[in-house]
Structure formats: structure tokens, C-alpha cells
Design a binder for this molecule. Structure first.
Ligand code: ZN
Length: 95
């Protein structure tokens, strides 16, 4: 059993439309929304937002930094290096 995201009445999974309010069964919408929220959370903007919204911004920032450090693998570092090298080259070309 799921709940309609529009009217919050219980609906079965097989129903494509909510029998109560007629809105499309938003299971897919729900998943997409969750994914979007997840992406937003993991995005730079989302992380900045969570830092800004935190009670202790410095602490939140340090925690983020720690998380970033842990997720930095050699591959990511290499990718970053390539990106920076590319930007650097582009900047030199423009100037
Ligand atoms: Zn509904």
C-alpha cells in the first residue's frame, strides 16, 4: 500500500491513478522527486545550503569537508586535476 502524494489516501501499487482524487499515481514522480532531492543534497549547491541552514555553520562545514576528504579517491583527484589543467589551459589561451 502506498499513499497518494496529492490527497494522502491509501492506493494500491497497480493503480495508475488515485481513485480518490484522480491524480496520477505519483510512484514514478515520487521516485524522481526523491532522486532529485538526493541529487540536490549531494550537489554543491545542496551542500552549501545544508551548511547555511545548519545551526552551527562552522561545524557543518567541517563535517562536509571531512566527508569530501573521505570520498576523494585518486580517480576523483585525477579527474579534478584534468579539469583544472583544462581550465588553466583555456584561461591561458584566452589571455
Ligand atoms: Zn489522491
Amino acid at each position: 500500500m502506498d499513499n497518494c502524494s496529492n490527497c494522502h489516501q491509501a492506493i494500491t501499487n497497480v493503480e495508475s491513478r488515485c481513485p480518490h482524487c484522480g491524480s496520477l499515481n505519483s510512484k514514478i514522480d515520487d521516485i524522481l522527486a526523491k532522486e532529485a532531492a538526493e541529487r540536490e543534497k549531494n550537489s554543491f549547491k545542496g551542500q552549501l545550503k545544508s551548511i547555511i541552514q545548519a545551526d552551527d555553520r562552522k561545524q557543518a562545514f567541517l563535517e562536509r569537508l571531512q566527508g569530501v576528504k573521505q570520498s576523494l579517491t585518486k580517480e576523483i583527484l585525477f579527474t579534478l586535476f584534468v579539469i583544472f589543467a583544462f581550465i588553466f589551459t583555456m584561461t591561458l589561451t584566452v589571455l
